[in-house]
Design a protein around this ligand. Structure first.
Ligand SMILES: NC(=O)c1ccc[n+]([C@@H]2O[C@H](COP(=O)([O-])OP(=O)(O)OC[C@H]3O[C@@H](n4cnc5c(N)ncnc54)[C@H](OP(=O)(O)O)[C@@H]3O)[C@@H](O)[C@H]2O)c1
Length: 291
C-alpha cells in the first residue's frame, strides 16, 4: 500500500511543486513521484512538464506571478485531495546586473516571482492545510540569503526576504501542525546560470561603453563559470536538493533550515567570520570594481 497516497480520514499529503520545467523542481517532482508521493508538478507552460505525467505526476499550469493561475491550481488540488499537504515553493530566478542598471520594473518582477509568489501561494494553501492540522511548506531559498555577491543584489534581496519570511512563518504555523523548512542550496547545476544571464542581458541593455558594461559582462561570465569551473566540485546536481526535500517532508520534526552542498556551507561560514572590509576585498579579487 502506498504510504503517501492519503487515506480516508487522514490528512492529504498531496505535494504541490512550483517551477518544475527544469532543475530542482523537476528533480523533486521525479524523486517524490518515484517514492510514491502524490505529486502535482507545475510550471508556467504546462507542455514543458507533459512528460512528468509518464513518471506518475499530475501536472498543472501555474505562474507564481498570476493570481488567477495560482487560484486555479490550488482549487484543482483541493477539489481532488481536500488540501495541499506539502507545498514546495521552488520557482525563482536571478535578475542579475548592477543595481543601477536593472530597470525598476525588472526588479519588481524579481520580487513578484521569488518573494510575493511564494507568499501568495502559501497564503492560498494554508486555510485547508490548517484545517487538516498537518502540512509542510518547503521554501527554496539560497546560500545567497545569507550573503551577497556584487551584480546580483536584487536576487540576494529576495533570498534574504525568504529567510525572514520563513523564520516568521515557522513560528506562526507550528501550532497548526505545519512545519516550515528553508533550504539554502549552494551551486546546483541547472538552468539557473543561463536564466540569470538571459535576464540580465534582456533587462539592463547596458551599452557596450556604459559605466557598468565591463562589470555586468564579468558578472555574466562569473555566474556561468562558477558552474563550469573547479567550484563545480563543491556543488551538486538538482537531485541532491530533491533528496533533501524528500527527507525534510518525511521527517516528523524537520530542521528549520538546511544548507545544501559544501559550496554553500563554506561560503556561508566564510561570510560569517570575515568583516565587511575583508569580504569586499575578496570580491574585488573576482569582480572588476565599476568606476
Ligand atoms: N541552481 C542554483 O545554483 C541555485 C542555488 C540556490 C538556490 N536556487 C534556487 O532554486 C530554485 C530553482 O532554480 P533552479 O536552480 O532549478 O533553476 P532553473 O532550472 O532555472 O529553474 C527555475 C524554475 O523556476 C520557474 N519559474 C520562473 N519564473 C516563474 C514563474 N513566474 N512562475 C512559475 N515558475 C517560474 C522556471 O520556469 P520557466 O521554465 O517557465 O522559466 C523554472 O522551472 C530557485 O528558487 C533558485 O533561486 C538555485
Amino acid at each position: 500500500m502506498n504510504p503517501y497516497a492519503g487515506r480516508v480520514g487522514e490528512p492529504s499529503k498531496a505535494v504541490l511543486i512550483t517551477g518544475c520545467s527544469t532543475g530542482i523542481g523537476r528533480a523533486a517532482a521525479l524523486r517524490l513521484a518515484s517514492s510514491g508521493w502524490n505529486v502535482y508538478a507545475s510550471a508556467r507552460q504546462a507542455d514543458s512538464i507533459a512528460d512528468l505525467r509518464d513518471a506518475g505526476c499530475k501536472t498543472l499550469a501555474l505562474d507564481v506571478t498570476d493570481e488567477n493561475s495560482m487560484r486555479a491550481a490550488v482549487d484543482a488540488v483541493e477539489q481532488a485531495e481536500g488540501a495541499v499537504g506539502v507545498l514546495v515553493n521552488n520557482a525563482g530566478y536571478s535578475q542579475s546586473g548592477a543595481i543601477e542598471t536593472v530597470p525598476i520594473e525588472a526588479a519588481r518582477r524579481q520580487f513578484e516571482t521569488n518573494v510575493f509568489g511564494l507568499v501568495r501561494l502559501t497564503q492560498m494553501v494554508l486555510p485547508a492545510m490548517r484545517a487538516q492540522r498537518w502540512g509542510k511548506v518547503v521554501n527554496v531559498g539560497s546560500m545567497g540569503g545569507r550573503l551577497s555577491f556584487p551584480g546580483a543584489g536584487h536576487y540576494h534581496a529576495t533570498k534574504h526576504a525568504i529567510e525572514a519570511i520563513s523564520d516568521a512563518m515557522r513560528f506562526e504555523l507550528r501550532g497548526f501542525g505545519i512545519d516550515v523548512v528553508l533550504l539554502e542550496p549552494g551551486l546546483i547545476t541547472t538552468n539557473f546560470a543561463g536564466a540569470a544571464t538571459t535576464a540580465m542581458t534582456q533587462a539592463t541593455g547596458e551599452a557596450e561603453d556604459g559605466p557598468y558594461a565591463q562589470f555586468n559582462a564579468a558578472v555574466g561570465a562569473l555566474t556561468t563559470g562558477a558552474y563550469e569551473g573547479p567550484m563545480r566540485r563543491l556543488g551538486g546536481g538538482p537531485e541532491r536538493v530533491a533528496k533533501v526535500i524528500e527527507s525534510a517532508i518525511t521527517r516528523q520534526h524537520p530542521p528549520a533550515r538546511i544548507t545544501i552542498t559544501p559550496s554553500a556551507k563554506l561560503t556561508i561560514a566564510l561570510r560569517r567570520v570575515v568583516s565587511d572590509r575583508v569580504w569586499d576585498a575578496l570580491m574585488r579579487r573576482q569582480f572588476p570594481q565599476p568606476g
